[in-house]
Design a protein around this ligand. Structure first.
Ligand SMILES: Cc1cc2nc3c(=O)[nH]c(=O)nc-3n(C[C@H](O)[C@H](O)[C@H](O)COP(=O)(O)OP(=O)(O)OC[C@H]3O[C@@H](n4cnc5c(N)ncnc54)[C@H](O)[C@@H]3O)c2cc1C
Length: 387
């Protein structure tokens, strides 16, 4: 391995872009390979909790994101039909004071653009679909669909739910369709009408078998977003998402509160996404390859913490490189997994059950987490395998 290890990050999603920024700050030689020809502002919002904002502070984009996003005073859970409040979780100033950073909701495309712009020129190449990876022992060879080949000392698989790096580690296995779709739409905030509630800045409407989460995605509150969870038995895994329609939304939410109907009426364009999961992986790394984010632990989005886990993974991986030295990459990977697997699996499990903040509960264990100061635990020795 060269004196400064060459680190390749596969995928410039939220996890990969965060990992690259943090690694570059620490002086590593990093290049990011992204299959997309370019990123666009797709119609989706995202929650960014204090646990992530503390990492974005280190990357240098906390202030810019604070300016862009909406800062809800609280998270509301409401009954689907009556609108009665089921839970009210304080955020706003309380989050800053108790958890060490703000809780905000923002347009996912705006957040992603900030992370990408934080990368130095030349650190990211678009249009690079990784097709094959070979760990040669002393380095890794990467093959791309455009016929090019590149080499690195360490390869980070931040390549999402259908990760090519995960496949290299564990063999081909499609993710599991969770039996739910998520409709997503971003649109101009409509006026309030008689019979409806004013739009809460951050609210989840719940029935027994489905939900709709809605929030503002700009500081000016001029754009609203909803994302649903609706049970649908079958889905063809070849499609990650498909177009949906107001009619489909009306069918899925018939009889729901007038505020929900107003959101559907105001919809301009709506898409529906398959929700995909995997069971916790038996390993997160081997040799010179390591996974993070959805490549490693894809989950239903019902805690709004999937990207948060990817970004926390990125920060912990960098912390572990610093702790033991990237030249001891296998030690670093062991330490990283030991300090991430339990938390990521817990978030995966609660997301699967879709119980998060439905009733009043204390979210401090999630939002108060600080990846930079949490005490590190040692890796457990692997159980000996019988021969
Ligand atoms: C409906 C919905 C709502 C959600 N809401 C939230 C939320 O509010 N808060 C939250 O924290 N999370 C949320 N999530 C989860 C979040 O979107 C994911 O967990 C997060 O995007 C994972 O980030 P990642 O970087 O690991 O993977 P991705 O974002 O999937 O990025 C992977 C990147 O790798 C690239 N790539 C893939 N294969 C290759 C290859 N072979 N070669 C090169 N590049 C490749 C892809 O093009 C992509 O850019 C939501 C998810 C869904 C579906």
């Amino acid at each position: 391995m060269s004196a400064t290890p060459r680190i390749a990050v596969i995928g410039a999603g939220l996890g990969g872009a965060a990992a690259a920024s943090l690694l570059i700050q620490e002086g590593f030689d990093v290049h990011v390979y992204e299959q997309a020809p370019v990123f666009s502002r797709q119609g989706a919002g995202i929650h960014v909790g204090p646990n992530v904002m503390k990492i974005l502070r280190r990357i240098g984009i906390e202030d810019a994101l604070n300016e862009q996003g909406s800062h809800p005073e609280s998270w509301h859970s409401r009954h689907w039909e009556t609108g009665d409040i089921l839970a009210q979780i304080p955020l706003g100033d309380y989050a800053v004071k108790e958890y060490g950073a703000s809780y905000l909701t923002v347009h996912r495309g705006d957040f992603h653009a900030l992370l990408i712009d934080a990368l130095p020129d030349g650190a990211l190449t678009y249009g690079k679909l990784l097709t094959k990876v070979e760990d040669l022992g002393n380095e890794v060879r990467m093959h791309f669909a455009d016929g090019t080949v590149a080499h690195a000392d360490i390869v980070i698989g931040a390549d999402g739910v259908n990760s090519r790096i995960r496949e290299e580690l564990l063999g081909p296995e499609p993710p599991k369709y969770a039996g739910y779709l998520a409709h997503r739409a971003v649109f101009t905030t409509p006026p309030t009408k008689a019979g409806m509630l004013p739009f809460d800045p951050c609210v989840k409407w719940w029935s027994d078998d489905r939900h709709m989460m809605t929030y503002f995605v700009t500081a000016k509150a001029d754009e609203l977003y909803y994302v649903t969870g609706v049970p649908v038995e079958q889905w063809d895994l070849k499609d990650r998402w498909l177009p949906s329609s107001k009619e489909e939304m009306r069918d899925a939410f018939r009889g729901w509160h007038p505020t929900v109907q107003a959101l559907i009426d105001a919809t301009v364009e709506v898409t529906k996404w398959s929700l995909l999961e995997r069971d916790p992986l038996p390993l997160w790394s081997r040799g010179r390859l390591v996974l993070l984010g959805d490549a490693c632990h894809p989950m239903k989005p019902h805690m709004a913490q999937g990207a948060a886990m990817a970004i926390e993974d990125a920060a912990m991986l960098v912390r572990c490189f610093k702790e033991v030295g990237a030249e001891h990459h296998e030690l670093a990977f062991g330490l990283y997994e030991a300090n991430r697997a339990e938390r990521a699996s817990k978030v995966q499990r609660i997301s699967h059950d879709n119980t998060w903040l439905r009733t009043n509960e204390d979210p401090a264990w999630c939002f108060g987490y600080d990846v930079f100061s949490v005490p590190l635990v040692d890796p457990q020795p692997k159980a000996a395998t019988a021969t």
